[in-house]
Write a new protein. Sequence first.
Length: 216
Amino acid sequence: MAMEETVKPTRMELMTTKNKMKLAVQGHRLLKQKRDVLVLEFFQILEKARDLRGELDQKAARAYQDLAVAEAYHGVLEVENAAMAVSRASNVEISVKNIMGVKVPDIKGGYSSRAAFERGYGITGTSAKIDEAAGSFEETLATVIALAKTENALIKLLREIEKTKRRVNALEYVVMPRLRRQSKYISMRLDEMERETFFTLKTIKKKLARKQQSPA
């Protein structure tokens, strides 16, 4: 549909279009600021996630090594019995952290190394081999929780960055250019209408002047 059919060339419409343009410019600036903050936060968390992945690889390798030693020393069945008797660790507190309107999980507390008598299996029928394996897996699990927190935050931030980027592009390449064209079109039509009105009034004035000068 042509602009002539959708835009009314009036001063009220011109004022409305200019106000929309001001809001679009302001929104574009704020969205760009939000996008930049989100990108900065994303890369900071990404660096942390990389460190946690490396830490997890090391701790998991050590935990499985300690498990293999415990199984070799006690046998698989005895290690499994000890594992089945392990009590739950302390609860994990999950709250929500707000980053520029993006809600990401914030996990506090969690798993930590416990004394052998706190785990639930009998310490008289086991040895330090099982204790070491249990401690290694507790440390590994703590890192898993921390990594899950950071990677979940990365996913949410990435989605919000893409959404914000689309909004910025829509304002920059669609909305703002359209409003500029509308404003230019209305201004041009108003100028034309003013010239036409001026020419019409001038013509009428001349006709009236000639009429007054002609003999009755």
